[in-house]
Design a protein around this ligand. Structure first.
Ligand code: COA
Length: 258
């Protein structure tokens, strides 16, 4: 397993946890940290993780965004490369072959909010604060925020967040549908453990197929998406988990998935 200066990575009971560990900069993502994140996600995939958790070190920040000190003097070609790297990381969370979960334990601004958006699920601690604050810096979201935020919350909310750079607390984020649940700060780890243990116990291939089919609904028209679903559905027949899940139902017992 690799080691990185600004990232912690561990796999426990099939659950990979990546902790951005740059607390003196509120876990802002410089190039080295983003590259480390990309490698760690690849390692989690190679380790066959059944769930992936992304969180931030310390008590105040999840990820306070892209690194402003690094960005401030960039020209267009370098900014394009930085955007591509951020998009790459976001996409690898989105397409990770098991559910990805953002454990948002504090500030989630700019690129931090965008990486949370790219995860399948978001759980916020009560002290979490969300914002696509790029407008305050004279730019726009560059790691997927303009595309993923309006798909998750309603259009008006997305526009308000992006156009005003509004910062919202966990309660509002929950009300807007930006996060699935809010828990006390000291309960976040325990809640994430429960949630990921539940995910890890689910039938792995069905879970991956469900995720892929849902993702596909944002990529294609309805007819193509419905066809895709049929292929994914029928492709699961004959797998161990399909036989086991249905046998267990008929035999009135709990299934034992692979
Ligand atoms: N990029 C680079 N450095 C960052 C950063 C970012 N996105 N966010 C915070 N930091 C650094 C600060 O520069 C400071 O470093 P220093 O101690 O070397 O000066 C350190 O993290 C602590 O931040 P500070 O601003 O002193 O903490 P605070 O508690 O007063 O404020 C925030 C916290 C999150 C409200 C504030 O740091 C902030 O607004 N950050 C920028 C968020 C943002 O716009 N992100 C989107 C980027 S596209």
């Amino acid at each position: 397993m690799s080691e990185w200066d600004t990232l912690r990575f561990e796999v426990t009971d099939g659950v990979a946890t990546i902790t951005v560990d740059r607390p003196d900069k509120l876990n802002a993502l410089n190039v080295a940290t983003l590259e480390a994140l990309r490698s760690a996600i690849a390692e989690a995939e190679a380790a066959d993780a059944r769930a992936l958790v992304l969180t931030g070190a310390g008590d105040t920040a999840f990820i306070a965004g892209a690194d402003i000190s690094y960005m401030k003097d960039l020209g267009t070609p370098e900014a394009q490369a930085y955007a591509e790297l951020g998009h790459d990381v976001a996409r690898s969370l989105e397409t990770f072959p098991a559910p990805s979960v953002a454990a948002v334990n504090g500030y989630a601004f700019g690129g931090g909010c965008e990486l949370a958006l790219a995860c399948d699920l978001r759980v916020a601690a009560e002290n979490a604060v969300f914002g696509q604050t790029e407008i305050d810096l004279g730019i726009v979201p560059g790691w997927g925020g303009t595309q993923r935020l309006p798909r998750l919350v309603n259009d008006e909310v997305a526009r308000r967040l992006i156009l005003f750079g509004e910062r919202i607390d966990a309660t509002d984020a929950h009300e807007y549908g930006l996060v699935g649940e809010v828990v006390a700060h000291d309960q976040l780890d325990a809640r994430i453990d429960d949630l990921t243990a539940d995910l890890a116990a689910q039938p792995r291939f069905a879970l991956a197929a469900a995720k892929e089919a849902i993702n596909q609904s944002y990529e294609t028209g309805l007819a193509a998406g419905l066809e895709y679903e049929q292929r994914v559905f029928s492709g699961l027949f004959g797998t161990h988990d399909q036989r086991e899940g249905m046998d267990a139902f008929v035999e009135k017992r709990d299934p034992e998935f692979e």
